[in-house]
Design a binder for this molecule. Sequence first.
Ligand SMILES: *[C@@H]1O[C@H](CO)[C@@H](O)[C@H](O)[C@H]1NC(C)=O
Ligand SMILES: *[C@@H]1O[C@H](CO)[C@@H](O)[C@H](O)[C@H]1NC(C)=O
Length: 376
Amino acid sequence: MQPISVVGALILATAMGGVHCQPRARGDGSNSFAGSNLYFLHALPPAEQKAYVETLAEWGVRVVRLWVTYTDAGCLKGSTVGSIPPFELTVGTYDNTVLDVLDSTLKLLHDNSIKAIISPHNANSLTGSAACDAYCDKYTNASTFYSSTEAKADYDNRLNAILSYRSPNFGGRAWKDMGEVILAFDLQNEPLIAQLDKLNANDPDDWLCGRAGALKGSLGSSNIKVATGGIGGSQYCCDHEFNLLDKALQCDAIDILSVHGYMSKASDWAYFITGDKSVLVQANAAGKHVMVEEWGVSTSYQDNFDRQVEVFNDAGIPWLYWQVVPGLDGSQAGHPDECGYDGFEISVDSPKGDLSSAVAAANAATANQSWVGYIG
Ligand SMILES: *[C@@H]1O[C@H](CO)[C@@H](O)[C@H](O)[C@H]1NC(C)=O
Ligand SMILES: *[C@@H]1O[C@H](CO)[C@@H](O)[C@H](O)[C@H]1NC(C)=O
């Protein structure tokens, strides 16, 4: 998904959900797990972050996906966020503000036994579709970003700067050494999105495996994993199935193939999870891990959250929803009008989906693949 940048002005008090009393399931990696994306979690006021993370922890959430991204101050998906500057205002000049606030979010997650997946950059900001960032300014054309040797070196420097950032909350240790806090780094959010020629040609620039190698090199002996971040963007039938691109399946430096998808029907997910195009079968054959790193349900979809999530939990494949939000979602009465909604949001206390039961079912499901050493 691509976040919508909004300079909204509406102020909204967040109402957190009721008290949940069931004990948190603790997995050792042999069961599945679940969680949410919240790309602007670090931009929320600390008290709202705390209430949100504690609610997810009470449900038994194990993983939350964070983004190294700027935000504009204002109303965002039912919450009010602060202004966070970009990590790179110009390519190669780093501003650690966003890493500083993310580090506090990591502390909060760790205190609640939740691990993070960190997306270091958003491919949608290369094209101007979500925004035009420093790489978009410098390389103009997203195709050049993926093919240019200079751009690859610039991007590897960014990855290394993030991985070697020293954590104020964890005794000055580098993020790359915090395997008990961070499950994985993505190569990028949705690498190669809208680059159909490159996707159909199986990544001729070797961008994916090259960046994975750079990440692995920086990670050294760390047990933090490398995930793809959703190659090509959403998976959809039948000519847009790039999440498990051959080059990535064959790349030694990639541990986790991230699946992103937005399906109207549960049967469409079944096709990709256990059916003809099973990502589990493909990943198992290649010796890779696979998880549903983004999925979402809009109110206009044929099958609702509860029907769709059953496909993942029945198959024992981990999933992260896009996105469980702390504020009101767009299906709830009283939600603000102009607030950057994409229609997939589910509020922590929304009737749109039974989040708490879905997470409990994931934790109770035997995983199709062992996540020992990843989660636990
Ligand atoms: C980007 O560059 C590629 C390769 O040179 C070219 O085919 C494509 O038309 C360019 N796209 C834009 C939007 O300029
Ligand atoms: C994993 O899922 C695939 C696809 O449904 C299935 O063929 C395979 O038997 C499953 N393996 C395990 C260990 O559950």
